[in-house]
Write a protein that binds this ligand. Structure first.
Ligand code: ATP
Ligand code: MG
Length: 694
């Protein structure tokens, strides 16, 4: 043991320097660890500080700290460990001394430990390893290693502090689990929102949300589109502005509905919004919402909006189709019974005719009137049968464009000089399956209606195109899904009120003066198209003209080469006398014959016809209606011509051809044409009648 003395203050400077030197030597000795104790002189006596007393606080700290502390040799053998380190491994301190720590490490961690123990490593190195307790439990720890100062002759010593990470790991696991749960919930919520957005979009709906306290309105982009709010701007979004897209005269009711929803809790209305484009059609929107309360006060009004224009249109179409179906069935039943009655009456009249006294002109007049009544009844019945889809149709592939072009001259004549006919070239020559004669009749009916709707002239356009019906659209049209050839007949006429448009296909519905229209024209059109498996649609607005679409099933089959009505009829030549009391019918016949190449003359009844025949010798043929007022009907006229002018060919037209067959019927060389007839049928009848004479 070495002692150092410190002298009094008033010593000479040499002695002072000597003491300073001694003090420095003492300090060096302490630094080198060569000193065990220091004696310090105080005025009240000397104090001794040993190194042991200097270390004590550290020892207490090391013994009681929460971290494990261990001193190891370079090979990992324990020289010292605190209570906590032994406890970490589930061992006593005594049993640890002299053992290697390596067996208590996870196999993979042995390398980590070797690195911690290796000489020359960094002073403050650390690593995470897993300790294996004797009871089999695993404990994650951080090991921080420090080399002890090397002393010659002593083994290399390493001090390690082991911090138990169990709780920290657990907490971070808990935290990670909480985070994961939170992230999961957020993802779930986001995906629920996405799903809702996708579902709303798929359903064609938009959402809106009104904060009733702040008066702020939030609207989804889709809802803006549906309401046509795009151009109003976000700043103007208030509860009141929600009513603005609706028709001006309906806005007050829309506002009232929103107000009411605050007390009733529910909002549900369908109203019309302004068209998106100037002059466009109104659209219908359906608004549904619900009010939410906070502390008994309405705080939020939330809901969806959808465009239901198409649905409403389909409902109307379906109602119309159902109505027509019902009326058709009723009419069909009546027409069938009516036909039987006419057969009985007509047949009985035939039998009675032979018993008719020839010298009783009054009885003969009544008899003729009765027969003519039967004929008129039969022709009406024919249209009723067409409407109720009970006529004999001869469906075949028809090229619509060819049919229209072959028929254009006749249509133009039927339309008169003040109405121009336009037939734009279609994109393709579409074929539909239909009865060409009935199709011509239907188009002629539409053209005559259009002409009547354009008393001061105008334009009739006939366009053809192809359309495809989806199953949904097909349901609304009561038709089959698939492709249809559309024949669009558009006029620039008076148009119709919605009330008229809703009834035009009804049998006997007419707005024309008594005797001017039967109201069966469009019934024929409707019944024929439906029977052909197609459908008809009408668009009309008062003062804006009318468009009627005939949609007939499309076919890829090309019309057969066999003679068909669509093939251009043989050009006629010769002079034909047309006899008919109905000026309209006569007009059409003259137009048809002119289109076929014949020169025509006209007579209003049989007597007039006979006068013309007596005067001229250049008449090749007579084309006459059977039922006509006056003494002589068409049949009698035919008989007289056969006797007086055997070279003149005769064609009779009648709505009830059955009557013209048999002994009492038309002479055998007289051709009979059933009304309504097509131009092709007329051409054939004339050619055959002419052939019979040559
Ligand atoms: N193109 C049209 N423009 C305006 N109104 C039309 C048009 N087509 C038909 N209508 C209306 O529909 C009604 C029914 O037409 P439909 O062809 O069935 O009978 P009609 O023309 O009155 O008589 P019919 O054709 O038997 O001589 C017409 O009276 C008319 O009011
Ligand atoms: Mg008509």
């Amino acid at each position: 043991m070495r002692a150092d003395d410190h002298a009094e203050d008033d010593l000479p400077s040499r002695e002072l320097l000597e003491r300073l030197r001694e003090a420095e030597e003492t300090l060096d000795a302490i630094r080198r660890g060569e000193v065990d104790a220091v004696v310090v002189h105080h005025p009240d006596g000397p104090s001794i500080y040993t190194l042991e007393s200097a270390d004590r606080p550290y020892r207490v700290l090391v013994e009681h700290m929460q971290e494990g502390a261990v001193t190891l040799t370079g090979e990992g053998v324990v020289l010292y460990c605190n209570q906590r380190f032994a406890a970490l491994l589930g061992l006593t301190r005594e049993s640890m001394i002299g053992r290697s720590v390596v067996p208590y490490l996870e196999r993979a961690d042995a390398m980590v430990m070797a690195a911690l123990l290796s000489p020359g490593a960094d002073a403050g190195r650390a690593a995470e390893v897993t300790l294996h307790r004797v009871d089999g439990q695993s404990i994650p720890v951080t090991l921080s290693a420090v080399d002890l100062p090397f002393e010659p002759g002593m083994p290399r010593l390493i001090c390690i502090i082991a911090t138990d990470l169990t709780h920290a790991r657990q907490r971070s696991h808990e935290l990670a689990a909480t985070n994961a749960q939170l992230a999961g919930e957020m993802a779930e919520r986001r995906s629920a929102e996405d799903r809702l957005a996708v579902a709303l979009e798929a359903a064609g709906m938009g959402s809106w949300d009104i904060d009733l306290v702040l008066g702020a309105v939030t609207i989804s982009r889709q809802a803006e589109g549906i309401l046509g709010l795009d151009d109003i701007g976000a700043a103007a979004r208030t509860l009141d502005s929600l009513a603005l897209p609706f028709l001006a005269n309906e806005q007050a009711e829309v506002r009232a509905a929103f107000e009411q929803a605050m007390t009733t809790g529910l909002l549900d209305f369908e109203r019309r919004v302004r068209p998106k484009v100037e002059g466009g059609a109104h659209r219908w929107v359906h608004v549904i919402g619900r009010t939410y309360q906070r502390d008994g006060v309405p705080s939020r009004l939330v809901g969806v909006v959808s465009d239901v224009t198409e649905r409403r249109l389909m409902e109307t179409q379906l109602r119309q189709a159902q109505k027509m179906e019902a009326v058709g069935q009723l009419t069909g039943g009546i027409a069938h019974d009516f036909n039987n009655l006419l057969m009985v009456i007509g047949g009985s009249l035939d039998v009675l005719e032979s018993a008719l006294p020839e010298d009783n002109p009054k009885a003969q007049r009544f008899f003729a009137a009765a027969k003519s009544g039967v004929e008129r009844g039969a022709s009406l019945n024919q249209q009723l049968l067409a409407f109720s889809r009970r006529q004999d149709l001869q469906a075949q592939p028809v090229c619509v464009d060819d049919l229209l072009r072959g028929f254009a001259t006749l249509l133009s004549r039927a339309l008169g000089e003040t109405v121009s006919l336009e037939l734009p070239q279609p994109a393709r020559r579409w074929y539909c399956r239909s009865d060409p004669h009935q199709l011509e009749t239907a188009i002629l009916n539409l053209a005559i209606n259009a002409r009547d709707a354009m008393p001061h002239g105008g334009r009739l356009t006939i366009l053809t195109s192809l359309t495809t019906l989806t199953p949904r659209e097909a349901l609304a049209m009561a038709a089959e899904p698939g492709s249809y050839v559309v024949i669009r007949v558009r006029d620039s006429g008076t148009g119709m009120t919605p009330e008229t448009a809703a009834r035009i296909f009804d049998p006997f519905f007419t707005t024309k003066a008594m005797g001017k229209g039967t109201g069966l024209g469009l019934s024929q059109v409707y019944g024929f198209v439906r029977q052909s498996g197609g459908f008809v649609s009408v668009t009309s607005e008062l003062g804006q003209g009318t468009t009627i679409d005939l949609c007939l099933p499309h076919t890829d089959e090309v019309a057969s080469a066999a003679p068909s009505a669509t093939a251009a009829p043989a050009a006629g030549d010769g002079r034909v006398l047309v006899v008919d009391d109905d000026i309209n019918v006569r007009e059409v016949s003259v137009a048809m014959l002119g289109a076929l190449g014949y020169v025509t003359l006209e007579a209003g009844d049989a007597a007039q016809a006979l006068t013309i025949l007596a005067r001229r010798s250049d008449i090749d043929m007579v084309f006459s209606d059977v039922i006509m007022p006056g003494e002589i009907n068409g049949l009698d006229l035919a008989r007289q011509i056969r006797e007086t002018y055997p070279k003149v060919a005769v064609v009779l037209a009648s709505g009830y051809t059955a009557q013209l067959q048999g002994d009492k019927g038309a002479p055998t060389d007289v051709e009979v044409l059933r009304k309504p007839y097509s131009r092709a049928a007329l051409a054939t009848a004339l050619t055959q009648a002419k052939a019979a004479k040559s």
